[in-house]
Design a protein around this ligand. Structure first.
Ligand code: MEV
Length: 428
């Protein structure tokens, strides 16, 4: 029997018999309430277990007047603390405000054009070709996904272009509340078959959605008072000015923009994952929106109005092709739980929450960078992760973390193991 034809139990037996898995590995792979084997083995091929990462809640998130505790799935120690910390500062001046655009996901239908017709002539012919078939194309799209219209979605537009020896038809498909990858690909393939039947002599190449989803985007903004930004040794005005310069530097430096953007995605990805959305799709869409003239999704300025003291104002403008219903959201029990914790938001509300979390994550990182430096805030969680790596368990974890804190500069795995041995010896 082939590996993929076996069920999970039989794959595990095989791997154990081969010596690839030891007894403790089998325990790690045993059934998991958060994603039962009965579900997991039908989600992917060759499934042998599940891969849990911690799920936590970012607090103090006030988005468009709603207070949320936002579920975030991440293995990076400081991400949730960073978001909660910034969200609390933002909540003091009214929270995050969002505007969402959900117009559709693009799809490309591509034919090889062997006709050697001039591109401008070809373009005119394609316009006429489309104009004559517009209604049929809409019917073909509706038939391919008969329930989509009743959910407020459907084909929104079709355009054509001829370039570089290709004929390209671009569809824009509104997926309703879903992320829409399956919907869009199903419709694109159906329309491609129809167009192929109308374009004899043109070789069909592919029909696939594009992850450059500029029309599924969200803008979130936040204002923070100077008082909320101050540290024990830096005034709020100085912190704000330095944050604005840090954001400007990200726009000027590709090297820095990569890290600045990673800080934003630390927050967004964790919510995307927790809610059963597609992290790769969101990453592809977000980065496809950037280029050398726009290196990051966030901007930070100081706003002064009349005689009022200034406010630090941050905005994020980012494509987020996500859904509030759909395959993984319904099948992954933890995604369902995350959506319940959020009060079953619509796709637009969820986009607003995600973008706000990204902005909060960015604010926290920059405030740390331009004040005490990033390591100071990360230290406690990093030391406790080092303590775990050294093998500390139960109460030992707190004790070893505290011992490592006495000399953070010396904290490494060897030192953690030495201190753990000493703690155990002292405890006997
Ligand atoms: C670490 O995961 C993310 C940061 O490096 C982001 C940043 O530098 O802005 C802290």
């Amino acid at each position: 029997m082939k590996f993929y034809e076996r069920d999970t139990e039989s794959r595990l037996r095989l791997l154990a018999a081969e010596g690839s898995l030891a007894t403790q590995d089998l325990e790690l792979l045993s059934d998991c309430a958060a994603l039962p084997r009965a579900v997991a083995e039908h989600l992917i091929e060759n499934q042998i277990g599940v891969f849990p990462v911690p799920l936590g809640l970012a607090e103090h998130m006030l988005v468009d007047g709603h207070a949320y505790r936002v579920p975030m799935a991440t293995e990076e120690p400081s991400v949730i603390a960073a978001v909660s910390n910034a969200a609390q500062r933002v909540a003091r001046s009214g929270g995050f405000h969002t505007q969402v655009l959900r117009e559709g996901i693009p799809a490309q239908i591509v034919f090889l054009d062997h006709s050697h017709t001039r591109e401008d002539v070809q373009a005119t012919q394609m316009q006429e070709f489309l104009a004559a078939r517009q209604d049929t194309i809409t019917c073909v799209a509706d038939d391919a996904h008969p329930t989509l219209r009743s959910h407020g979605g459907g084909l929104r537009s079709v355009t054509a272009q001829a370039h570089d020896g290709f004929l390209e038809f671009d569809l824009l498909i509104d997926p309703g509340e879903a992320m829409g990858a399956n919907i869009v690909n199903t419709i694109a393939q159906a329309v491609a078959r129809y167009l192929g039947s109308q374009l004899p002599g043109h070789e069909p190449l592919m029909a696939i959605l594009s992850n450059a989803t500029a029309q599924q985007r969200v803008r979130a903004s936040a204002e923070i008072t100077m008082q909320s930004l101050a540290t024990s040794d830096m005034s709020g005005e100085t912190v704000a000015r330095r944050i604005v310069e840090a954001a400007r530097f990200a726009q000027c430096s590709g090297l820095r923009a990569a890290t600045h953007n990673k800080g934003v995605m630390n927050g967004i990805n964790a919510v995307v994952l927790a809610t059963g959305n597609d992290t790769r799709n969101v990453g592809a869409a977000a980065y496809a929106d950037l280029d050398d003239s726009r290196r990051t999704w966030t901007t930070w300025t100081i706003r002064t109005e009349g005689r009022k003291p200034g406010l630090l104002r941050g905005t994020i403008d980012i494509p987020l092709p996500i859904g509030s219903v759909g395959a993984a959201i319904s099948t992954l029990p933890m995604a369902g739980l995350a959506m319940r914790l959020l009060g079953q938001p619509s796709a637009s509300q969820l986009m607003g929450i995600m973008a706000s979390v990204g902005l909060a994550s960015n604010l926290s990182a920059m405030r740390a960078l331009v004040t005490r430096g990033i390591q100071a805030g990360h230290m406690k969680l990093q030391l406790s992760s080092l303590a775990m790596m050294a093998g500390a368990q139960g109460r030992e974890l707190d004790d070893l973390t505290a011992a490592l804190r006495h000399n953070p500069a010396q904290a490494n795995l060897t030192e953690a193991r030495r201190l753990l041995t000493q703690l155990r010896a002292d405890g006997e």
